[in-house]
Ligand binder design. Structure first.
Ligand code: ZN
Ligand code: ZN
Length: 853
């Protein structure tokens, strides 16, 4: 009786040996093709949970497999270690965020090691280490020098629970809640730092240089929100001042019956008539007392004042009154809008309130010719629109989106071209007239990166009362985060109250100045961590300069960019957008030569609790991987995470499922390590051929499944192969003494190696093979040997041979009948007839008896 497999002992043994011998160190080898596999690094919350395992273990399987296929694989790991939970722990429990974070990292490192992944720990990056964040600050400085970082006052989203601002990407849902804690956000006017991601809006819409999931591309496209329209120039009746406006609906220009300027628009004073002056000045003064937030509030009733001047509508030379209203801001667009009451709800309300005309210019399909009771924004036919009356307009749709169904729904011609569709025809006409031009806007806004918190990367900037904003010189980086601060949830950075940090000498004039006390959004740190893995100690102890390269060049030249990234879809419009922006900016600063950070991306799903709810401490449905590793071993946990779910989907945990994987590993262990019993005579040629076939089929299947991230079917394939070997040995015990059997068993161990690295290593050793199984080449298959034995079968209809098909010799009756019914050559004999009987004569024929209807 063979001894039972002991995962606890075996796994610890091999983990130590792998680490001691540096088995997974990624060393540059120009002779080998490189493969940079990266999985999203964790936040050091203090506990590696099932979600981490689910994301990382299958990523490790694929990295290991690429290595066996001859690639030089880099698979690094690190910690995204700045962030709010550390600071909250400090406020709640009085532990310093740094101590809390580094203790958690220590613990999670051990947990990560227990997974048996091939992480190269010598490249570990920790974003809260000064050696890391001095580069985060270097990036900030470079962005500032390039005009990609700027500071401005504006209304920002603020989480009253987290006591900090949030980027637009971090505000989720209809109720606009904080992505971290779920609290509805409020608006605050703050002077904050932004990154100009909008400079790259158009380029970020181009996904042609990467293989990313359709879903992520769609989410990013939607988030960037490109919209096309026209800039149209109105002129004031007196003075001929130009008032450009942007509109997505140039087809509604004939319906513009008034213009609205922001009260602070520079022309307001000059244009205001004597009669209106007192009222206008009072309104401007009232507006000045309001915050942008109040002005943009959708609940507030719209107010405005006519200033006594007129503009000329360039499409029909009509004079339209100019108003001012507080909901138009100078900081958005041009500070002027054209108002089309029939095609915009806000303009409609405003026109109704102040008795302004509401002519109809786009008519819905069944329009009765009467004035509108409310605005109509959909597709329709242009009316009262000069030379364009009668043109169809598809409203907010693009020609690419315009389908036959939509054409039918709106009663418009199906096929439209830029010449025949109203909005586009008007745009071209405006260009010919010289009164407007095609223009594009984006929903994407610049990335707000200031956070009013302590545990983050300090922003390397100084406010000088004499010089204004002055950057910290490169050679003074990093600006170190002081340790001794008071943690108070005041809504302002604790650094603000740290005199030693805050007070500084201005590098420009030498006068007294103040450091920026906000810290950076942690998404800034994670935007470039793939470069830090090149060498996390890069330039340690060296002074930095603007001419540096932010990663070790020889390492980067070999490994970059990332070939395969894996992680959650929840980062689609945050991390995954930001890191693309960073890489494009790095290209423009001349430190990388590629455009995209990660060539390929795969998103795994989410593991739920047994109650089908998200795992959380408050629900009490958390399954801790540590306990399972203790009980079953890491290979079994890895195996269940692969086998129990489709990796891209995830699903609810099932405690029984893990037992199935445990039994499978026991079976494999028994099969591989049982001393080769040679009882029974030599096996038949048929058995040997079948053994060969199963082996080559298994290699083919497992290879294809890992390639396509289909880990559940990969494990199923290994189970089938194991069962097939057991069956064959039972049928022909003599097999076990043959060289063919030895080969088939070795192949099983090799196929097991990426998914079950510890037990595979142990079995490999027990087979007397040289260390390590993880240095072996991935086996290849031979299509001829993998092919099933087939036999030609005649397919008859009512006794007459109508076709011949090839079927595997051991096919079952039902499958054979089904395949015969699908045969191409018999279909015309079946039309209009019902098969009443199908007879299968194994190895010879299928006869289909049909009756006419
Ligand atoms: Zn929050
Ligand atoms: Zn100064």
């Amino acid at each position: 009786m063979a001894e039972k497999y002991n995962p606890q002992k075996t796994e610890a043994k091999w983990q130590q040996k792998w680490e001691a011998g540096g088995l997974y160190r990624a060393v540059i080898d120009p002779a080998k093709p490189k493969y940079y596999a990266m999985t999203m690094y964790p936040y050091p919350s203090g506990d590696l949970h099932m979600g981490h395992w689910y994301a990382m273990a299958p990523s490790d399987v694929r990295a290991r497999w690429m290595r066996m296929r001859g690639y030089n694989v880099l698979f690094p790991m690190g910690f995204d270690s700045f962030g709010l939970p550390a600071e909250n722990a400090a406020i709640k429990r009085g532990i310093h965020p740094q101590k809390w974070t580094y203790a958690n990292i220590e613990r999670m490192r051990q947990q990560l090691r227990s997974m048996g992944a091939m992480f190269d720990w010598e490249r570990e990056c920790i974003t809260s280490d000064p050696s890391y964040y001095k580069w985060s600050q270097w990036f900030f400085r470079k962005f500032y020098d390039m005009g990609l970082a700027y500071k401005k006052m504006s209304p920002v989203d603020f989480c009253p629970h987290c006591n900090t601002t949030l980027a637009r990407e971090q505000v989720w849902g209809e109720d606009r809640h904080c992505e971290r804690c779920g609290t509805p956000v409020i608006k605050k006017d703050l002077y904050q730092w932004y990154f100009k991601i909008t400079d790259y809006a158009e380029e970020l819409l181009d996904f042609s240089k990467m293989n990313w999931p359709e879903r992520v591309r769609a989410m990013q496209t939607n988030w960037i929100g490109r919209s096309e329209g026209a800039t149209v120039v109105f002129k004031t009746e007196i003075g001929g001042h130009e008032l450009p406006v942007f509109t997505t609906r140039p087809d509604t220009l004939w319906g513009a019956t008034f213009m609205v300027l922001a009260p602070e628009h520079p022309l307001v004073k000059e244009l205001t008539g004597e009669e209106q002056r007192a009222e206008v000045e009072a309104y401007v003064a009232k507006t000045e007392r309001q915050t942008e937030i109040d002005r943009l509030s959708t609940e507030k009733e719209k107010t405005g004042v006519f200033i006594g001047a007129y503009a000329i509508n360039p499409v029909n030379d009509e004079r339209i009154p100019i108003w001012i209203a507080d909901y138009v801001l100078m900081t958005y667009g041009t500070g002027a809008i054209m108002a089309v009451p029939c095609g915009d709800e806000r303009d409609f309300e405003f026109a109704q309130k102040y008795g302004l005309p509401i002519p109809v210019v786009v008519a819905p399909r069944d329009w009765d010719g009467q004035p509108f009771a409310e605005a109509y924004t959909g597709p329709g036919t242009m009316v009262n629109s000069g030379p364009f009356t009668g043109y169809p307009t598809i409203g907010k749709y693009t020609l690419a989106e315009w389908t036959a169904e939509l054409a039918e729904e709106y009663g418009l011609p199906g096929k439209l071209t830029p010449d025949t569709e109203g909005r586009m025809a008007v745009t071209r006409w405006l260009e010919e007239q010289g009164t407007g031009q095609f223009a594009v806007t984006y929903r994407l806004r610049d990335w707000l990166i200031s956070r009013q918190r302590y545990w983050g990367c300090p922003i390397p900037m100084i406010d000088c009362p004499t010089c204004g904003i002055v950057p910290v010189p490169y050679e003074e980086l990093p600006v170190e985060l002081p340790f001794d601060v008071e943690f108070m949830p005041t809504g302002e950075s604790p650094l603000k109250f740290h005199e030693g940090f805050r007070r500084v000498t201005c590098p420009r004039c030498g006068g007294e100045a103040e450091r920026e006390t906000d810290t950076m959004d942690t998404f800034m740190c994670s935007s470039w961590y793939q470069y830090s893995y090149m060498d996390p100690t890069w330039q340690d102890g060296q002074t930095l300069s603007p001419d540096d390269v932010p990663y070790k060049p020889d390492q980067g030249a070999y490994w970059l960019p990332v070939d395969q990234y894996t992680g959650g879809i929840e980062h689609a419009t945050m991390h995954l957008l930001y890191t693309r922006f960073f890489t494009k900016a790095m290209r423009d600063m001349g430190v990388v030569e590629f455009d995209e950070p990660m060539k390929a991306l795969f998103n795994q799903g989410i593991i739920l609790g047994e109650d089908r709810e998200k795992m959380s401490k408050s629900r009490g449905n958390v399954i801790a991987p540590d306990d399972l590793v203790q009980e079953y071993g890491a290979d079994t946990v890895r195996g269940y995470l692969m086998f129990g779910f489709r990796w891209d989907q995830g699903g609810p945990w099932d405690s029984n499922g893990i037992l199935g994987v445990e039994r499978f590993l026991d079976r494999v262990w028994e099969l591989v390590t049982r001393s080769s019993a040679t009882d029974g005579g030599p096996p038949s040629a048929g058995h040997l051929r079948e053994l060969r076939r199963k082996q080559h089929q298994a290699i083919r299947r497992v290879t294809r499944d890992i390639e396509s991230f289909s880990f559940n079917t990969m494990v199923a394939g290994l189970m089938e192969y194991t069962n097939a070997l057991i069956d064959l040995r039972n049928q022909a015990p003599g097999l076990a003494g043959t060289a063919e059997w030895q080969e088939a068993i070795q192949i099983l161990v090799l196929l097991m190696a990426p998914g079950f690295p510890h037990i595979a290593e142990e079995m490999w050793a027990r087979l007397g093979r040289p260390y390590s199984v993880h240095r072996q080449s991935w086996p290849t298959w031979d299509e001829t040997l993998a092919k099933e034995d087939v036999v030609e079968i005649a397919v008859q209809v009512n006794g007459k041979v109508r076709d011949k098909i090839e079927l595997p010799t051991e096919i079952d009756q039902e499958t054979a009948k089904a395949r015969a019914l699908e045969a191409g050559g018999i279909q015309r004999y079946l039309t209009g007839k019902t098969p009443v009987k199908v007879i299968y004569v194994p190895g010879r024929l299928v006869n289909i008896v049909v009756a006419s209807k």
